[in-house]
Design a protein around this ligand. Structure first.
Ligand code: SF4
Ligand code: SF4
Length: 428
């Protein structure tokens, strides 16, 4: 990743009198006006557009929460979907859904499941509907940070030491913080316990295994997802503990507490695609993100447009391949598909009800749209880097032709994956 341009940092400084956290006592109109003033310039840099209907999202309306309280989504099959990831699963005879496939998927999820279920009696699903808790308290004595630029680089390198594949920093933007936290003892809204004075968000990217992703749709491919959630949980706990020991606040988060995509894009890690994922130069869309909210004095990254939006404007590979036709065609728009869509943000938006319905039907997560995306490549050789350069240039139609001819997005049979992992030179 190219070095971030820091000279625009002032654009994100709050206007005088504008608090860095959720401003209490302001109505939505006033809040929107404040957000426009504060974020107009940095939004423009990454192509984020909000309109007069914008409101922060309520996580209770997320499909994974609705599956537990909304009668239009609840079903025995949805319940079996969740239960199948935590126990021994329901193997089938079909390739990719056998006992071995499900065993590997559930083993990959095991650490994440342990973390997310440990506070269930308190109504928390850590990492998904509540922040990840750490044993350390915040040290009373604070380490003095003299050079915020040098310190930011140090924190990024430590995140990588713990295992993050990508790291960026952006400012704490209350628009993307969920309106409330979901208490899983009845799926009611409760307030966040976010400490006062958060100023920055450290966003970490965790790359999914390319070869497993090529086997979507299958329970086997779900191992690529579960492995990264388990990694995320460990890395977040380690980095939050480090920051606490320095005497600063830090709240560790996976899918809980806020949307992550706007933070990842604003931290300069990639650009938003038609399939609702962030496409990165290093791994394409094959990345999951975690985040840490903190009051450390960090320097933010300032993103550059990569040219991916222009490619997506002319490509419909993901939308064409989606079995339930959940992905949009055409240009981005600020249309709310259903209650699981954030209001007032101009973007490509999937119909999450159709998407989740397909996941429930096959009994495991789907990421066919990730597999087929032309930017999903191993990025180990020069050809993939060359593809990225051409695809993000004005010669993108050549890249589209190249990708179409290559057969790159074809599904790999789960049986082939298992044959290869038995080989002695698999990791070479
Ligand atoms: S995850 Fe699967 S069902 Fe959902 S949008 Fe992507 S291809 Fe469609
Ligand atoms: S498949 Fe094509 S349209 Fe979809 S996200 Fe990838 S590049 Fe964009």
């Amino acid at each position: 990743m190219s070095a971030p341009d820091k000279n625009k940092q002032a654009a994100n400084d709050p206007p005088e009198g504008w608090p860095a956290n959720h401003p209490p006592g302001l109505d939505m109109e006033e809040r929107r006006a404040g957000w426009r003033a504060r974020y107009a310039e940095s939004d423009k840099l990454v192509g984020i557009e909000t309109d007069e209907t914008f409101e922060p999202f309520n996580q209770r309306n997320d499909m994974f929460a609705r599956a537990f309280w909304d009668e239009t989504v609840q079903s025995d099959a949805a319940y079996a979907f969740f239960k199948g990831h935590a126990g021994v699963g329901n193997p089938r005879r079909s390739a990719g859904f056998t006992q071995k496939d499900i065993a590997l998927r559930n083993a990959s999820w095991a650490i994440s499941n342990m973390i997310s279920s440990r506070s269930a009696k308190d109504g928390k699903r850590e990492g998904f509907m509540a922040p990840i808790e750490v044993a350390s308290g915040v040290a009373e004595q604070r380490v003095e940070i003299e050079d915020s630029g040098e310190f930011t680089q140090e924190i990024k390198n430590l995140a990588r030491l713990f295992g993050a594949d990508l790291v960026g920093v952006t400012d704490y933007d209350e628009r993307w913080i969920y309106k409330s936290r979901v208490d899983i003892r009845g799926f009611k809204d409760v307030s966040h316990d976010m400490p006062e004075g958060m100023t920055h968000v450290i966003v970490m990217g965790h790359s999914m295994d390319h070869d497993l992703v090529q086997t979507y749709p299958s329970a086997l491919a779900g191992a690529a997802t579960g492995r990264e959630y388990s990694h995320e949980a460990a890395i977040v706990i380690q980095l939050v503990t480090y920051i606490h020991n320095l005497g600063y606040e830090a709240v560790g988060s996976m899918n809980d507490t806020s949307l992550v995509i706007p933070f990842a894009v604003k931290a300069g890690l990639g650009e938003y695609g038609r399939h609702q994922m962030v496409i990165t130069p290093e791994f394409g869309p094959r990345v999951r993100f975690s985040k840490i909210f903190t009051n450390l004095p960090l320097e933010i990254d300032v993103p550059k447009r990569l040219g991916i939006t222009e490619y997506c404007n002319e490509c419909t590979v993901c939308a064409d391949a989606c079995p339930p036709k959940a992905l949009p065609y055409g240009l981005p728009e600020a249309r709310q598909q259903n209650q699981s869509t954030i209001r007032g943000v101009k973007k490509w938006t999937a119909n999450c009800e159709k998407c989740f319905g397909y996941w429930v039907k096959i009994g495991t997560d789907c990421a066919i749209c990730m597999r087929v995306c032309p930017f999903n490549r191993p990025y180990k050789g020069w050809a993939d880097r060359l593809f990225f350069r051409i695809a993000t240039s004005r010669f993108r139609s050549l890249a589209r032709f190249w990708d179409k001819k290559s057969g790159r997005g074809e599904r790999v049979k789960p049986g082939s994956w298992w044959s290869r992992i038995a080989a002695p030179d698999f990791w070479r």
